[in-house]
Design a protein around this ligand. Structure first.
Ligand SMILES: [Zn+2]
Ligand SMILES: [Zn+2]
Length: 149
């Protein structure tokens, strides 16, 4: 990992606080959620600082930023290769390790001629908790749920 870039972080304490929050949660939080948590410890921190720091941390490989088309990015303290399941109803995002994804990477490289450097699979569906609440079979209205901010 590049070492020269650490000096780009203006405030090491805030950076550490933000990194701690991402690593402490297993829920793949959004920038807004991380901001709420960091603010409990440091009431003067600005949302923009959290947002920019998250981008820098991701750029430096200390966390992963997971992007979902039109939804807020989620931040992952786990940086080794893994996959996710994403609930289309409640938005929960959980880790899964899917061995076949490694084969997919090889196939993608062969078909495109790319040197694939990273890949990540999101399996979208309905989580057990949501299935229990609303029952199976009501999934296919094709709409995403209203998300909490
Ligand atoms: Zn759910
Ligand atoms: Zn993850």
């Amino acid at each position: 990992m590049a070492s020269a870039s650490t000096s780009r972080f203006k405030n090491t304490t805030q950076r550490t606080e933000i990194l701690d929050e991402v690593r402490a949660s297993h829920g793949h939080l959004t920038a807004g959620e991380i901001f709420e948590r960091v603010r409990r410890r440091d009431s003067r921190i600005a949302y923009g600082t959290v947002y920019r720091t998250l981008h820098l941390l991701a750029e430096h490989g200390l966390i992963q930023e997971l992007t979902f088309a039109d939804q807020a990015s989620r931040y992952d303290g786990r940086v080794d290769r893994h996959d996710h399941v994403h609930c289309l109803r409640c938005g929960v995002l959980l880790d899964v390790d899917v061995p076949v994804a490694l084969i997919a990477r090889h196939v993608a490289g062969e078909q495109s001629g790319f040197d694939i450097t990273s890949h990540h699979t999101v399996f979208a569906g309905i989580c057990p908790a949501c299935k229990t609440v609303e029952g199976p079979g009501t999934v296919s209205d094709g709409k995403l749920p209203a998300r909490r901010a």
